[in-house]
Design a protein around this ligand. Structure first.
Ligand code: M6R
Length: 367
């Protein structure tokens, strides 16, 4: 049942190229220049009337929402707010019939996310669910469903569901951009083409994982570490950190790279590992100055970037890993993969039960 893999988590990591392809299939027209969503009830008129979007979810699904909402805001120029579902109702969010509420849930059964959906409905919003389980409570109650076609996810640590949620968000963002005319046809085809290369790029990353295995073994001897990044790299840092905590039980914090010096830099001491995501060219210089701040305090830095930056980064970091090149907005669909592997191999090195971490359940049906 684990298809030759030692754990469901590893199997599910390796199923990601298929999950990307399956989630894209039927949603891109034959010419590769348009996204189509035949399953949506959302009319073009309704899409034109939306004036704000709320994205609500828990844990890893929330992290996918951070990336997805950033993509939508950039492509469509509609303001997007993000909430963890357990907080959403309590801040009396301003929801109107012109609000589109997107709830994200692998299982479709998360109690807080379901309650957020009901709150949104009570205030007249249209609710779109991105879920991996089409028969779930959330899918049943939502006005619209975009199914992620990742197949069943058994491991408690979510991997292929997260990346399929990213794909669903990118597609939906492009669809909104088409309807509202906020991106040119050329720009849309360009992004679609880049998305279609993602599965092969993930395959290439999964072919040789020796370096990440060795690094995982190294960090498994530490009790504290940091992830830093800017922009979508920060969103991926949050996901990498959650994954690591969840299954390796190593304490880690994800920080927006520029925010460290506002207090947390005090925790950087000799030998502490810092994983710096530096995939965003436009932010590279700023991220490098943050890397230098932690290096100067004794941190041991591993950077994740593109091949072309590795040699210059190596002047300021101890180690660097390259991910394949894609558009800046799409990098999370690649950069998260080494972080998933890092969590997996660190958990393994510590002798933990990878698929069933302590204290956690696959589906959280209490508030
Ligand atoms: O089924 P859901 O996507 O609603 O679950 C949300 C979170 O409980 C889930 O993503 C959790 O954070 C994962 N175990 C993280 O790997």
């Amino acid at each position: 049942e684990k298809g030759g893999f030692d754990h469901f988590m590893l199997k599910e990591i390796y199923e990601q190229p298929k999950a990307y392809r399956d989630t894209m299939r039927g949603r891109i027209d034959e010419s590769g220049s348009k996204v189509i969503f035949p399953e949506l009830n959302l009319t073009e008129e309704k899409i034109r009337s939306i004036n704000n979007i709320h994205i609500v979810a828990c844990g890893t699904a929330y992290h996918a929402g951070l990336v997805g909402g950033t993509a939508i805001e950039r492509l469509v120029r509609i303001p997007v707010a993000f909430d963890v579902a357990s907080e959403y109702r309590y801040r009396s969010p301003l929801i109107t019939p012109e609000t589109l509420v997107i709830v994200v849930s692998q299982s479709g059964e998360t109690a807080d996310t379901l309650a957020a959906l009901r709150e949104a409905h009570a205030n007249g919003a249209h609710v779109l669910a991105i879920t991996n389980v089409v028969g779930s409570s959330i899918a049943r109650d939502a006005d619209d469903v975009i199914a992620t076609l990742a197949g069943p996810e058994i491991a408690v640590a979510s991997t292929k569901a997260y990346t399929s949620q990213l794909i669903a968000f990118y597609l939906f963002g492009l669809y909104l951009a088409e309807v509202r005319g906020t991106q040119t046809a050329e720009e849309i085809s360009h992004i679609i083409a880049a998305m279609q290369s993602l599965p092969e790029q993930v395959e290439a990353m999964l072919e040789n994982t020796d370096a990440i295995k060795a690094y995982a073994k190294h960090i498994s001897n530490h009790n504290n570490l940091f992830f830093i990044g800017r922009g979508v790299d920060y969103a991926v840092a949050l996901e990498g950190s959650l994954k690591l905590k969840e299954i390796s039980y190593i304490h880690s914090e994800a920080y927006a790279a520029g925010e460290l010096k506002h207090g947390t830099l005090a925790l950087i001491e000799d030998g502490i590992p810092v994983i710096a995501l530096a995939t965003q060219e436009a932010l590279l210089e700023k991220t490098v100055s943050n890397i230098k701040e932690v290096k100067a305090r004794g941190a041991e830095v591993m950077a994740l970037s593109h091949e072309e930056h590795v040699s210059s980064l190596l002047k300021s970091v101890d180690q660097a890993f390259a991910i394949p090149k894609t558009l800046p907005l799409l990098t999370p669909a690649l950069s998260v993969v080494p972080l998933q592997l890092l969590a997996y191999y660190a958990s393994l090195a510590r002798g933990n039960d990878v698929d069933k971490p302590r204290n956690l359940a696959k589906s959280v049906t209490v508030e």
